[in-house]
Write a protein that binds this ligand. Structure first.
Ligand code: SF4
Length: 202
């Protein structure tokens, strides 16, 4: 007794005609169209530009390498071999904001530091994201006083808040994974596409 032929879950090309699917005959020579279709399905993946761009962005996040207080120690631990955020493609810490697309605000932000942090954010190229790491960065934490900014979202837009004092490296990794989810469903600005008309004008 022969096993029923499994359907290919990744089949993306047009399905074969119903009569061909209903009565597969291994002895019958395949048509050229069917042979080409099978060859294509072995090595070609169909997707959209938006999904491809988002997938590559989400899996190659480059964080800006700076820390503000004790939370930064946990951020450094997340980079080390025990936790190893390179598993999520986010280990390439950049020393320049012009090469980074993720700002991890790790620690309390003093009012003196706030304009510097904002300047660093503005120097990062688009698209860019911000993770607020720890209670101090998110709401001032225990420092409810005149010297500390009561939440970094007062000066930069925050995408993900990581709670804790300090958050464990696993919590930061979870925040990065949440950010990846957000990036994967975000809209991609592809910019103006020049279209040629019959008269040749772009
Ligand atoms: S949240 Fe806690 S560990 Fe982080 S900067 Fe504030 S006091 Fe330090």
């Amino acid at each position: 007794m022969t096993e029923p032929k499994e359907l290919n879950p990744f089949r993306t090309l047009a399905m074969p005609p119903p009569q061909a699917a209903a009565a597969p005959d291994l002895l019958m020579p395949k048509s050229e169209e069917e042979s080409i279709r099978e060859e294509l399905e072995r090595g070609i993946l169909f997707t959209s530009v938006e999904k491809m761009v988002n997938w590559s962005r989400a899996n190659s996040i480059w964080p800006l390498g700076f820390g503000l207080a004790c939370c930064a120690i946990e951020m450094m631990a997340a980079l080390a071999p025990r936790f190893d955020i390179s598993r999520f493609g986010a280990e390439v810490m950049r020393a320049s904001p012009r090469q980074a697309d993720l700002m991890i605000v790790a620690g309390r932000v003093s009012l003196k530091m706030a304009p510097v942090l904002r300047l660093l954010y503005e120097q990062m190229p688009d698209p860019k994201w911000v993770i607020s790491m720890g209670a101090c960065a998110s709401c001032g934490g225990v420092f409810n006083n005149y010297a500390i900014l009561q939440g970094v979202d007062k000066i930069v837009p925050v995408d993900v808040y990581v709670p804790g004092c300090p958050p464990r490296p696993e919590a930061l990794i979870h925040g990065i994974m949440k950010l990846q989810e957000k990036i994967l469903v975000s809209r991609v600005e592809l910019g103006p596409i020049a279209r040629k008309t019959r008269k040749g004008a772009a």
